[in-house]
Write a protein that binds this ligand. Structure first.
Ligand code: ZN
Ligand code: ZN
Length: 244
């Protein structure tokens, strides 16, 4: 069981079904302590506008006792890790997920997908690449895992991707193997598009169990562990000395 879900959508993603309040209520009912609200950026049809983080600035940290992290699932638009949400807005978030959706597969073959993901893990503002297991955008999983490790960041084990994407399970198994071998953090996420799916990571969890994956490497397994990461991230970014 996880205490924080790092990947949850609301109706603002354009193809999800629940509001933020419904997600909060569902998280509370399931016993989660927090979640990251990660709506899609504008490249996804009817996704949130690029300035969405601006309107999140006055969110309370806790809603009904649940810690809600201001986040997004930005889209890579170029092989150097360019995102569809400009840095000015990205900097307003607590936690940033970025991934590949609806970009030409010929532009993002093995070489460019890998390049974009490595750039993301080296970007101080990006925390996690969403579903690197997606067989439509193959990447060099070992290089991606090592880039996450080098930056103290986590690899996403996306419960929805394992179930919905043909061919993803094999890649997830390989990512888990590489993370265990290289002492690399993971986050288990539901990628919920409906409040009832929030916190559901049972398939991902079963795959970790199969290989006796160390519990302490699951960044969002404990609220305190995840929240400490968020606080350290904020300090690391403040130390860069960049002005808003
Ligand atoms: Zn996604
Ligand atoms: Zn998603």
């Amino acid at each position: 069981m996880i205490e924080v879900d790092t990947h949850v959508h609301t109706v603002l993603s354009g193809h999800a079904f629940s509001t933020l309040m419904e997600n909060v209520a569902a998280a509370k009912k399931k016993g989660l302590k927090g979640f990251a609200s990660t709506d899609h950026g504008p490249l996804v049809s009817h996704g949130a506008p690029p300035f969405l983080p601006y309107t999140m600035r006055l969110w309370p940290t806790h809603m009904e006792g649940i810690r809600v992290y201001k986040s997004c699932e930005a889209n890579f638009t170029g092989p150097s890790g360019e995102l569809d949400i400009p840095p000015f807005y990205i900097k307003m978030l607590d936690f940033v997920v970025a991934g590949l959706h609806f970009v030409p597969e010929e532009t993002f073959g093995l070489k460019n997908s890998t390049k974009a993901m490595l750039a993301a893990y080296n970007d101080p503002y990006v925390d996690v690449v969403s579903h690197p297991d997606n067989p439509n955008y193959p990447c060099d999983l070992e290089k991606v895992v090592l880039a996450a490790k080098a930056n103290g960041k986590a690899i996403e084990i996306n419960n929805q991707s394992i179930q919905l994407r043909p061919g993803a399970r094999k890649n997830v198994a390989e990512m888990i193997r590489l993370c265990k071998e290289n002492d690399t953090l993971v986050v288990l996420s539901s990628d919920a598009h409906l409040c009832y799916n929030i916190g559901e990571v049972d398939v991902a969890e079963a795959m970790l169990k199969e290989v006796n994956f160390p519990e302490e490497l699951v960044l969002n397994g404990r609220f305190e562990r995840f929240d400490a990461y968020i606080n350290a991230r904020a300090e690391r970014i403040a130390a860069l000395g960049e002005e808003d």
